[in-house]
Write a protein that binds this ligand. Sequence first.
Ligand code: PMP
Length: 419
Amino acid sequence: TERALIARREKVLGPAYRLFYEKPLHLVRGEGVFLYDVAGEKYLDAYNNVASLGHCHPRVVEAITKQTAILNTHTRYLHEGIVDYAETLTATFPEALSQAMFTCTGSEANDLAVRIARHVTGGTGIIATELAYHGLTSAVAEFSPSLGESVTLGPHVRTVPAPDSYRHSPEEVMEKFGRDVSAAIADLKRHGIKPAMLITDTIFSSDGIFAGPKGFLKPAVDAIHQAGGLFIADEVQPGFGRTGETMWGFERHGVSPDMVTIGKPMGNGYPMAGIVLRPEVIAEFGPRARYFNTFGGNPIAAAAGKAVLDTIRIEGLQQNALEVGRYLMDGLRNLSHPAIGDVRGSGLFIGVEIIDDPATKRPDSALTTRIVNGLRDRRILISASGPNANILKIRPPLVFSRENADMLLDALGDVLKTA
Ligand code: PMP
């Protein structure tokens, strides 16, 4: 039946829809940190940052179910839910970031951010990192080089290397990123292109899960501001308490974004995303500041989003991410295996760089694939990331416990013995 379902899927969805694993997982149910396949096998989810509160969290299920039965409509009628939610959301940000706009996906949020940045600055130039992924719309794909050959970077786009804290010293990273961004700004100007924005993840994801050193973003943000552009922090992955230390990744760097784009865990699976921004930015949009999104910020989304923020607070999930994240990172380092070149990250956003030789730090993509598959055989789900797909990506729901971390560590220890 599995093979038949895959064949049906391929026929009707086409080749662009890739599945994880050679032997794909056929999931039927999720609860907490566990996912269940069609045969009733139970998997520990150490990858999913959407179901950040755990799969099918009862508080979110209840909020969505209740609101679905009462009212759903778009944002051109007055409804209280969106105001309640926007107030609760912006209260988690520094005071300057006091307004919110809602979309359904992170891609739309970044797309809207570009449009606003261009209107406000009068520029078109965009600076992003070399392997960034910011989304799928045509405008955003132009500065999402991780999409590879399927996109052409726009002529107004410049990319800079993400800060590689494994191959450069903290001092070098601190200085290099700002210098690279300044050089990109200078190059745009040389080509007569006015810079509109710098956009970065605040823990780099597809670039290789680089989280530090803290503060390295500051010189780059200063440079784009001096050039008249805006800084957009893409918090689609690190946001909502995942870093453990702070609610938002940019706060770890002491920088003030002009816009922050958010998504993924925002509705714990209910599709919602948005921008939190400085009121001055949108004010400059002036009479042109029209925005409508049929589904974005509807009463069900607002109810789901509110339940997510309440749960993060009530269950102390940011603190849990900090504590379990530290425990897990210590455990990963203590595995002391020569193939583990680096363990990095913050909170429950962790990268483990797999190499074939500590002296050369050469990436070992083949071993990484064997580890990911070996863990799957032991019913644990993670993924791989980075330019050479040699970085284990560990990004579990924030309710991950020490016991769950031990399950992962034991299994990884086992797999490393034989892989
Ligand atoms: N930004 C980042 C950093 C992301 O990881 C993603 C999704 N992987 C997006 C934006 C786009 O979000 P969505 O898939 O909801 O459009």
